[in-house]
Ligand binder design. Structure first.
Ligand code: SF4
Length: 417
């Protein structure tokens, strides 16, 4: 039995991995302690999205090495760039997520707990439905860490979802590197069936948010998927489809599995099926081969589809990827293009929130915000903040109606009715 300390960096998917590790550790009889100094083993679940993150990861790993008896480093940076930790002579085991519980157990017999602990964070349940993807994007380092898609069965995921809801999850977040290709490793396109079954077979008050799905995987199931969204109130009308560029030439260089037309066809299908929904997408700005014309096409696509949520990333080279071998654009060009796109993002996203002012929305309280505020989500997963939450008796998990009174760029304010 060991005392452990775990730190997690990066995305929702990574937090889900940490919770799975914790669940296995607790089942094996290990228990968490406050801080690395009190632990027999510290686990650092790393992220590797931008260079600055990498520097922070290395710095933190050195601190943990000094503060704890034994250090395990896992996660995307550990798996894709484990040598960086070795080069710094950090004394740690560098392991895949799946191998962490066994390494902590270190040959001892596990002490089984009362069952698999649900993956819960407040009223949010994080449900990784699969790991890995089927793509080979030329700029991506994550695929080195995660590999090909590996999908547990629909039954297994429905049971995990049920456990989360029964443990108190009011919001299920379905995650994965690419949820759109769920089941493809078994030759089936199973995402619509999984969502349908979670919504129909599980009793309780809960909402479901579908995580990132690449357009290449979604395109072939778009009608079926939009139909599932239309039939189930449990599903937030929200879809995250990272397009990355409005230029087919750049998409080809990126080795993305879609072209612009596929992306816009998915958007059209959802527009035709749902009255009120949120399109979330990502753009990479300044890919090495991106010309001024390519950039203009991205801007044009942005204006055409008017996403309500957007991540704009300035291209940076990731070691070991094919895109890192290409001659890059100058920093000034990247900066200017990214500034133009970020300004457009503010304009378009703010417009979406402004259009909500004066309307009534049903929301679910999800998390406490700063001060005495509560972060809530409406049917399309738009964020609505309610102030003076405790005075109003609002707690996470509650559902109620609000009048939308005002907005900031990426969220609105609401008064409970
Ligand atoms: S879809 Fe592309 S960017 Fe995403 S994990 Fe797979 S290879 Fe990487």
């Amino acid at each position: 039995m060991a005392r452990y300390h775990i730190e997690t960096y990066g995305c929702t998917s990574n937090r889900g991995e940490s919770r799975q590790i914790e669940s296995a550790l607790r089942d094996a009889g290990h228990y968490p302690v406050d801080g690395p100094e009190a632990a027999d083993v510290a686990i650092m679940n790393t992220c590797t999205v931008v260079e600055k993150t990498e520097r922070n990861m290395l710095r933190r790993a050195k601190e943990l090495e000094a503060e704890t008896a034994d250090l395990i480093i896992t996660g995307c940076m550990a798996l894709a760039q484990g040598e960086e930790f070795r080069d710094e002579e950090i004394d740690a085991q560098i392991l895949h997520w799946d191998d962490v519980p066994a390494a902590v157990t270190n040959g001892e017999c596990p002490t089984p707990g009362p069952g698999t602990e649900p993956v819960l964070d407040g009223v949010v349940g994080i449900l990784p439905i699969a790991r890995g993807c089927l793509s080979n994007c030329s700029y991506c380092i994550t695929k080195f860490a995660t590999g090909r898609v590996d999908s547990p069965s629909v039954e297994e995921n429905v049971e995990k979802a049920r456990a989360l809801v029964h443990a108190g999850a009011n919001e299920l977040r379905i995650t994965g590197q690419d949820t759109g290709v769920y089941g493809w490793d078994d030759g089936e396109r199973e995402l619509p069936e999984l969502l349908d079954r979670i919504c129909t077979e599980i009793d309780g008050e809960f909402r479901v948010r579908l995580g990132m799905a690449n357009p290449g995987g979604i395109h072939g199931i778009r009608d079926e998927l939009a139909d599932v969204f239309a039939r189930h109130d449990e599903l937030y009308n929200f879809i995250h489809l990272p397009v990355q560029s409005g230029s087919d030439t750049v998409l080809e260089e990126m080795r993305r599995q879609h072209r612009v037309e596929k992306f816009t066809e998915i958007v059209e299908t959802f527009d035709e099926t749902l009255d009120y929904w949120t399109l979330s997408t990502d753009f990479i700005v300044g890919f090495p081969t991106e010309t001024a014309e390519d950039h203009a096409q991205s801007i044009a696509l942005f204006r055409e589809v008017r996403p309500e949520k957007v991540n704009v990333t300035r291209f940076s080279k990731r070691p070991g990827t094919d895109a890192a071998e290409l001659k890059g654009l100058g920093g000034t060009v990247k900066k200017e293009r990214s500034k133009e796109m970020s300004e457009l993002k503010h304009e378009i996203v703010a417009e979406a929130y402004e259009s909500m002012v004066g309307e009534t929305r049903e929301v679910m309280a999800v998390r406490e915000g700063t001060g005495d505020s509560m972060k809530c989500r409406d049917d399309a997963y738009r964020q609505i903040i309610v102030q003076n939450a405790s005075e109003r008796g609002i707690e996470p998990g509650m559902t109620f109606e609000v009048d939308v009174t005002s907005h900031q760029t990426v969220y609105a304010f609401g008064d409970p009715i």
